[in-house]
Ligand binder design. Sequence first.
Ligand SMILES: *Cc1c(COP(=O)(O)O)cnc(C)c1O
Length: 390
Amino acid sequence: MNNLIYMDNAATTMVLPEVLDAMMPFYKDFYGNPSGSYSFAEISKNAINDSRKIIADTLNTMPHNIYFTNGGTESDNWALKSIADSYGKNYGHIITSKIEHHAILNTCNYLKKKNYDITYIDVDEFGIINLKQLENSIRNDTILISVMFANNETGVIQPIKEIGEIAKKHNIIFHTDAVAAYGHININVDEYNIDLLSVSGHKFHAPKGVGFLYVRDGIDITSFIHGGDQENKLRAGTENVAGIVGMGTACKIAYTDSDSKRNKELILREKLITRILKELPFSRLNGSLTNRLSSNVNFSFQFIESPSLMELLNEQGICASGGSACTSAITEPSHVLSAMGLPDDIASGALRLTFNSYTTEAEIDYICEMIIKDVNKLREMSSLYTFFIS
Ligand SMILES: *Cc1c(COP(=O)(O)O)cnc(C)c1O
């Protein structure tokens, strides 16, 4: 596409050319099944284990703690259902938050129907979880705490270290959905007391359909997909070799020069926020400015509706999001913004822009101009706005 300005990296990302280059031989030349007993199969098997090592190093863990899956949703489902299965024995209490991705929320809904009890912790106006409430919610039958590392809509980073400490103190298993965070921030599973962690490749420039679940030694997980002996007999099915190789390569790239990439994103973010808030009255930044991914901006514009703004931006070649992609078909305000206490009329005028270190200042300038133009145009058409300012 010509002049495409892609500002929806929280929904998915471009596969980097280096990632594709690393993958191609495993489609064309080395297509052996990793379970085979000949040297040709060994090439595939070794490639998988090289990726496992690269990934384990980024988390400060060992390769055998990494289980490949088909993505974030599967990792989240596996973590929650298998902990419920192993430790709940058909009943148990799970603590999560109101701002989780639907991969967690709908898995919790499923477990609720299976007789598990779920507590959803509140967040404050900045989108940060209430730690006191979390600790006070712990009961004798609590088997799991699952809180996301960073939120996919607002980019707000949760106090994971503190949650890990609470979980450890009360001897409760701690899972984190790190799909939005991994590749953007350094994660040390030991330092944060994380027992299980979900990641998806396509959120950090690997292809769609590959991800992993980190599981700490001693945590008893059950098989989620039954079949052959792959992944230590816990996740059966012939491995997505090329995808796994791509994810390993994307990992290496994400955690190389990460400080300079983050600094570049911070400059772009600052520029975007400053200009929009300065030039558009009745607008606000949703979520904490400081505890936030460097590549995320989430605005609310009063007197407009997200879908109308998205339509105008689309005509200008800009890909953005009004909420999370999974719910954008529904015009209901985002559950994340509602949990932060935003009234419906403000939450429904939200705009999420997620960029990356390859985004240019010229693109940011163009986007600012278009947003300012479009929001003003939509407001002029709004009787509520014209009534309000008269
Ligand atoms: C994208 C996302 C998921 C789902 O991952 P898929 O690989 O698309 O299944 C889960 N959690 C969060 C926070 C996400 O951003």
